[in-house]
Ligand binder design. Structure first.
Ligand SMILES: Nc1ncnc2c1ncn2[C@@H]1O[C@H](COP(=O)(O)OP(=O)(O)OP(=O)(O)O)[C@@H](O)[C@H]1O
Ligand SMILES: [Mg+2]
Length: 317
């Protein structure tokens, strides 16, 4: 287990796991942390979200290095400062991560233990990072067992709707399973609500009440549903296309608007693109509020662990 490792976890597809992960990574790297993103998803979405895919001139390898490191049981070579962001490193996912699943399946069939497979390759470099984020595919598999055995923390993203409630229930069940078998220290830091439209107050209140009911039913009243939440935005696809996250996009969109106004005045050169300034505005603040809530919980837990370890070391002297 790596104490400073976390995953945005849901076995429901398209709930914003990868988008949260990308925003979380960029915001904390911008705040001075050294952050590693490990993409275990055969979709390999982190490369596009963070703009280190081939289209943006990045060194995305489709998960080849990740697979090789697992195969050879060695430390992977990570991509440094992805998308030109200081302190943000990545281990890309992609098609080869699909082969990884076959590799783990084969090892499991041969009776080899697999749950520590990610620990094995990451622990030697973990201390270089303040935060390690693991992105996972939606469908439950051995990759999830491996990832949840390595991370200490889980944050569950939840969207409006009944299916999402089921998704949160599944996530909590999986966490309980892993806690019982592989990783007793695994902990849910909270549930982050997102993709509600601004003004959808009643829908939000109903969604939160459903979540509260679920947590009571599942005997998990201590799991916090974060107060801050992420608004629905029509700019999500645009950010993905640019390989930039909310804090970056807000600035890029404002700058594009400024250049457009300038062009309308001068008609000099090519007309600059029109970006969704309104869709971007406020989203960065939403992510800042959610991520700082996550960071507070994360730090408190890590500080408590360090204090316990220090006390144990002191007692053993
Ligand atoms: N705040 C938002 N408003 C509107 N659309 C959003 C928002 N955040 C993310 N999206 C869009 O929702 C879709 C799913 O997001 P994302 O890929 O992060 O989810 P996921 O849970 O990682 O999906 P998967 O299960 O496929 O890995 C994407 O098209 C993304 O652009
Ligand atoms: Mg994803």
């Amino acid at each position: 287990m790596i104490p400073q490792a976390l995953t945005w976890y849901a076995t429901k597809g398209g709930v914003g796991k990868s988008t949260h992960c990308a925003n979380h990574a960029v915001m904390n790297a911008a705040g001075g942390w050294r952050v590693l993103v490990v993409d275990l998803d055969p979709q390999g979405n982190m490369a596009r979200l963070l703009g280190f895919d081939a289209r943006h001139g990045g060194a995305d390898d489709g998960g080849a290095e990740l697979l090789a490191a697992f195969k050879d049981r060695r430390v992977p070579t990570v991509l440094r400062d992805v998308g030109g962001r200081a302190g943000l490193d990545a281990l890309p996912g992609g098609p080869a991560a699909g082969e990884l699943l076959d590799l783990l399946g084969l090892r499991a069939m041969q009776g080899q233990p697999v749950s520590a497979a990610l620990d094995e390759i990451l622990i030697p470099i973990a201390s270089k990072y303040h935060l390690i984020l693991v992105d996972l595919p939606p469908t439950w598999s051995l990759l999830h067992v491996v990832a949840l055995s390595t991370v200490r923390f889980v944050v569950i993203p939840a969207e409006p709707g009944d299916l999402q409630i089921d998704g949160v229930a599944h996530a909590l069940n999986h966490v309980a399973e892993i806690q019982a078998r592989q990783n007793p220290e695994l902990e849910v830091l909270g549930v982050a609500v997102g993709k509600y439209r601004r003004g959808a107050t009643r829908r939000m209140a109903e969604g939160r009440a459903d979540l509260a009911g679920l947590l009571t039913d599942m005997d998990a009243p201590d799991v916090e549903v974060f107060e801050p939440w992420i608004r629905h935005t029509d700019a999500a696809e645009e950010m993905l296309r640019l390989g930039r996250v909310a804090i970056e996009h807000e600035r890029i969109a404002e700058e594009a608007r400024r250049r457009r106004f300038e062009w309308l005045r001068t008609r000099d050169g090519q007309q600059p693109p029109s970006l969704n300034v309104d869709g971007a505005r406020g989203l960065a603040d939403d992510y800042a509020a959610v991520i700082s809530t996550v960071n507070d919980r994360f730090r408190t837990r890590l500080d408590a662990t360090r204090a316990t370890m220090a006390a144990v070391a002191e007692a053993g002297r």
